[in-house]
Design a binder for this molecule. Structure first.
Ligand code: NAD
Length: 500
C-alpha cells in the first residue's frame, strides 16, 4: 500500500530538496505506518530561514490594512476547512475528531485576535514633552522568528504563535512535532491561498537536528517553544546563549483540589473530563485530584462510576469519547506507572489495561482510563508528568495541606479548586503558585486575548503565549523624540536633555 509523504514547506511551496531523510508517521488507532515525513537538519533549516529572511523586508513594510486582509482571509479558510484539519489531526494524533475540532476552534480564536492587530500595534504619543518636542513609541517586528511545537496540539499550539508573529510583521519558521506533521502543512497551504506572500510562513519537519539548527542560526531572532520541561529548559538556555529572545513552555502536573463543601457530582464530572479527555495528553489535563477532608471515598465512587462508562475507540468513530495514545512507546511508558504506583503503595482503583476498546484494531496504541488511589508525593506516579489517561487521587485533611502540596510541586501550569465557598476560592487564587487557575472550572485555558503560560518549571522566559504578551514577545519598541525646526531652537546646550 502506498503511503503519503509530508514534505517541508519552504518559500511558498513543498520542498523538493535532494536525498531527504524520512521518518514514519503512524495511525495510533491501527498501529500501522500511514505516511512518512521529511526529517530536516541544518540544510533544510538554512533554506527555510533564508526564505523567511528574504520575505521579511516586504512583509514588514506591507500596510496594516493589507496584513489584516490576509489574516481575515486565513481565518475564513481555516473555518471552512476545520473538519478536514480535525480529521488530519485525529488520524496522526489519535484524539477523537470532536476534540480535534475543539483544538482548531481554540487556535482560530488566536487568529481572530490577530485580526485586530492594527489596534494592538498602536504605540503611545506625548505632545510637547519639552518645548515643541514630541515623544512617541512604535512597535516593530523582530525579523525571522521560529516556533517549535509538541505533538499533543498539532494545530492549536502553532496557532498560539504564528498568527500574532505574522500579523506583527515577522516571518516565521515552524518546526512541528514529527509525530503528527500534516496539519502544519495544510495550514501553510491555507496561508498561501489567503494571499500570504511566499516565504512569510515556512515549515521544517524533523526532531533534535532541526531544532538545534534553529536555536543556533544567527538569522533567527526569537524562538517560541512548547513541549516537555527538559527540552524547554534546553531550548531556553541554548537559544538565549545564541542571543535570541525565548519563551519556552514546559510540562505540567495539574492538581484539582476538591474541598469538602464542593458539589461532588460536578467535581467527579470535571475530574473525569479533564483527566481523560484527549487520553490525558493535554498540558492542562488534571492528573492529581486532591480530596480534602474525608470526601475521597464518595468522590472516588463518582469517578469510578463515570470512568466505567467511557467509550474508548478510534478517533474517527463518532461513538468514541477517548482515542488511543500517540505512540506504542508512550503507551507502554504510561502503563508502567500503574505497576510502579502499586509497587510504591498506591491502590489501583481502576485498571485501564482491561477497559474495553470499541471497534479498535489490536495493534492500536490503546490504554483505557486508570485511577490510582492513596497516591503520596514521593511516588514516581506523582512526581513525574505521566501525560496519559491516569488520574491520581491524593487524600489530605485540610485546605492548608492541599495548598502546601500544590505549591511544593515543581510544575505550575494549571490548577483548579472545586468549592462553593467564595472566600476559600479567593484565598486559593491568591496563594497558589500556578500560572492558570480554575474555580469550579477544570481546564482553565485562557481565551486568546489573555495569555497562556505556567509558572516554575512549566515556563522558561518571561512572556506567556498569545494575548498582549504575545504581541510584546514578537515586537520591539522604539521610542522616538522629535522636534521640527522652528525659530526658537535655542542654540548649543551641552546639558543632559530635560523637560523644559
Ligand atoms: P517534546 O518535548 O518531546 O517535544 C516538543 C518539541 O521538541 C517537538 O517539536 C520535538 O520534535 C522537539 N524535541 C524533542 N526532543 C528534542 C531534543 N532532544 N532536542 C531538541 N528538540 C527536541 O514534547 P512532546 O512529547 O511532543 O509533547 C508533550 C509535552 O509537551 C508534555 O510535557 C506537555 O506537558 C508539554 N506541553 C506543554 C504545553 C504548555 O503550554 N506548557 C502545551 C502542550 C504540551
Amino acid at each position: 500500500m502506498s503511503v503519503k509523504h509530508v514534505p517541508h514547506w519552504i518559500g511558498g511551496k513543498p520542498w523538493q530538496g535532494p536525498a531527504e531523510r524520512r521518518g514514519d508517521i503512524h495511525n495510533p488507532a491501527t498501529g500501522r505506518v500511514s505516511g512518512t515525513v521529511g526529517l530536516g537538519g541544518p540544510e533544510e533549516v538554512a533554506a527555510a530561514v533564508a526564505a523567511a529572511k528574504a520575505a521579511f523586508p516586504a512583509w514588514r513594510d506591507t500596510s496594516l490594512a493589507r496584513r489584516t486582509e490576509v489574516m481575515f482571509a486565513f481565518r475564513e479558510l481555516v473555518r471552512a476547512h476545520r473538519d478536514e484539519l480535525a480529521r488530519l489531526i485525529s488520524a496522526e494524533h489519535g484524539k477523537v475528531v470532536s476534540d480535534a475540532l475543539g483544538e482548531v476552534s481554540r487556535g482560530l480564536e488566536v487568529v481572530e485576535f490577530a485580526c485586530g492587530i492594527p489596534h494592538l500595534l498602536k504605540g503611545g504619543y506625548s505632545e510637547n514633552v519639552s518645548t515643541r518636542v514630541d515623544a512617541y513609541s512604535i512597535l516593530q517586528p523582530l525579523g525571522v522568528v521560529a516556533g517549535i511545537t509538541p505533538f499533543n496540539f498539532p494545530a492549536m499550539v502553532p496557532m498560539w504563535m504564528f498568527p500574532i508573529a505574522i500579523a506583527c510583521g515577522n516571518t516565521f519558521v515552524l518546526k512541528p512535532s514529527e509525530k503528527d506533521p500534516s496539519a502544519a502543512v495544510r495550514l501553510a497551504e491555507l496561508w498561501a491561498e489567503a494571499g500570504l506572500p511566499d516565504g512569510v510562513f515556512n515549515v521544517v519537519h524533523g526532531a533534535k537536528e532541526a531544532v538545534d539548527a534553529l536555536l543556533t542560526h544567527e538569522d533567527v531572532k526569537a524562538v517560541s517553544f512548547v513541549g516537555s520541561t527538559p527540552i524547554a529548559r534546553y531550548v531556553y538556555s541554548t537559544a538565549a546563549a545564541h542571543g535570541k529572545r525565548v519563551q519556552a513552555l514546559g510540562g505540567a502536573k495539574n492538581h484539582m483540589v476538591v474541598l469538602p463543601d464542593a458539589d461532588l457530582d460536578l467535581a467527579a464530572d470535571a475530574a473525569v473530563s479533564a483527566g481523560f479527555g484527549s487520553a490525558g495528553e493535554r498540558c492542562m489535563a488534571i492528573s492529581a485530584v486532591v480530596a480534602v477532608g474525608g470526601i475521597a471515598d464518595d468522590l472516588l465512587a463518582g469517578i469510578k462510576q463515570r470512568v466505567a462508562r467511557l467509550r474508548v475507540g478510534p478517533g474517527d468513530d463518532t461513538r468514541s469519547e477517548m482515542g488511543p495514545l500517540v505512540t506504542r512507546e508512550h503507551r507502554d511508558r504510561v502503563a508502567s506507572y500503574l505497576e510502579s504506583g502499586v509497587r510504591e503503595g498506591a491502590t489501583l482503583a481502576v485498571d485501564g489495561r482491561v477497559h474495553p476498546v470499541l471497534g479498535g484494531e489490536p495493534d492500536g496504541f490503546w490504554l483505557g482510563p486508570s485511577v490510582l488511589d492513596h497516591v503520596t508525593p514521593e511516588m514516581s506516579c506523582y512526581r513525574d508528568e505521566i501525560f496519559g489517561p491516569v488520574l491520581s487521587v491524593l487524600r489530605v485533611d485540610t485546605y492548608e495541606e492541599a495548598i502546601r502540596l500544590v505549591n511544593a510541586n515543581p510544575y505550575g501550569n494549571g490548577t483548579a479548586i472545586f468549592t462553593n465557598d467564595g472566600g476559600a476560592a479567593r484565598r486559593f487564587q491568591n496563594e497558589v503558585e500556578v500560572g492558570m487557575v480554575g474555580i469550579n472550572v477544570p481546564i482553565p485555558v485562557p481565551m486568546a486575548y489573555y495569555s497562556f503560560g505556567g509558572w516554575k518549571n512549566s515556563l522558561f522566559g518571561d512572556s506567556h503565549a498569545h494575548g498582549t504578551e504575545g504581541v510584546h514577545f514578537y515586537t520591539r519598541t522604539k521610542a522616538v523624540t522629535a522636534r521640527w525646526l522652528d525659530p526658537s531652537h535655542g542654540g548649543v546646550n551641552l546639558g543632559f536633555p530635560t523637560n523644559g
